[in-house]
Design a protein. Structure first.
Length: 276
């Protein structure tokens, strides 16, 4: 597609397709925290999985966010939960391996850190890649955060990190994109200025931090739910892509990659090449 033919929505300027999964097979770790074993070569992936409590992993993800950010939150909450059962694989990993993912990889606004960490955890188990597709679709098409954290707090959970008391009923928004930039900007527009305190719902404000922490809970909860079902009976989620994907790839299959709805960034009609 030429630059003349390409137009983009004002809000999502320059958004592109994103794919990410971390490969840690055969990784050699020379330095580890005190709670990990001595340096050695890790076994090749995939690594074993055992049924986990999605709420417990989600709560831990929320807590980790406030000290090590989003990607580490969704990644290490799964690692930490599996480590006691599998000390020679999951238990041998250090903390902060996914800290780089903050803000869409070092604040570049690319793939959301919650997806980065979660998809890596799914890939490490050897689960079918349809789980990653389902997680990406959940993130892009679901009003988030779900405020599931509020239910945990009402049930008596007291987070080890984050604000006290935990704010309730944070505004939700639908990202329509896996990008941190697009998702967070959409949420900030939806949430408004936060009332009298204009620093609440701004980049880096307390409202934004609350939103992203609760998003960590949601993505970790969904990840564990998908993994539990898959390893219990082989359940593979059905993912139906936006119709625009097939329509656009009918012409652009050789020069376009992506699975999110094309209309999130491009506003041409299907007959745009004919001048309509």
């Amino acid at each position: 597609m030429s630059s003349e033919l390409m137009s983009r929505r004002k809000f999502l300027v320059g958004a592109g397709a994103v794919a990410g999964a971390a490969s840690i097979s055969g990784l050699v770790l020379a330095e580890r925290p005190s709670n990990a074993r001595a340096a050695t070569q890790l076994p090749a992936l995939p690594w074993p999985y055992v049924q986990l409590d999605p709420d417990a992993v989600g709560r831990r993800s929320y807590e980790i966010y406030y000290t090590r950010a989003c990607a580490e939150g969704t990644w290490y909450s799964v690692v930490e939960a599996l480590a006691p059962t599998f000390p020679d694989t999951w238990g041998a990993l250090p903390e902060n391996l996914f800290k780089f993912g903050v803000g869409g990889v070092n604040s570049w606004g690319t793939i959301c850190g919650t997806l980065n960490g979660s998809c890596a955890a799914i890939a490490a188990t050897g689960a079918d890649s349809s789980l990653e597709d389902a997680l990406m679709q959940y993130y892009t098409e679901t009003p988030l955060p779900t405020n599931g954290v509020d239910k945990a707090v009402r049930a008596g959970w007291v987070p080890a990190a984050g604000p006290t008391p935990v704010p309730e009923n944070v505004p939700t928004s639908t990202a329509h994109s896996p990008l941190c930039h697009a998702s967070l900007s959409q949420w900030l527009l939806t949430a408004g200025d936060g009332g009298a305190d204009t620093k609440v719902n701004t980049m880096g404000g307390s409202g934004m931090l609350d939103r992203c922490a609760k998003l960590c809970y949601d993505l970790s909860y969904k990840t564990v739910t998908l993994l539990n079902a898959y390893f219990a009976d082989g359940t593979k989620p059905t993912v139906v892509l936006d119709p625009s994907v097939a329509a656009c790839k009918a012409c652009h299959s050789v020069n376009v990659i992506g699975k999110q709805g094309c209309n999130q960034c491009h506003d041409q009609t299907v007959t745009h090449t004919s001048g309509d």
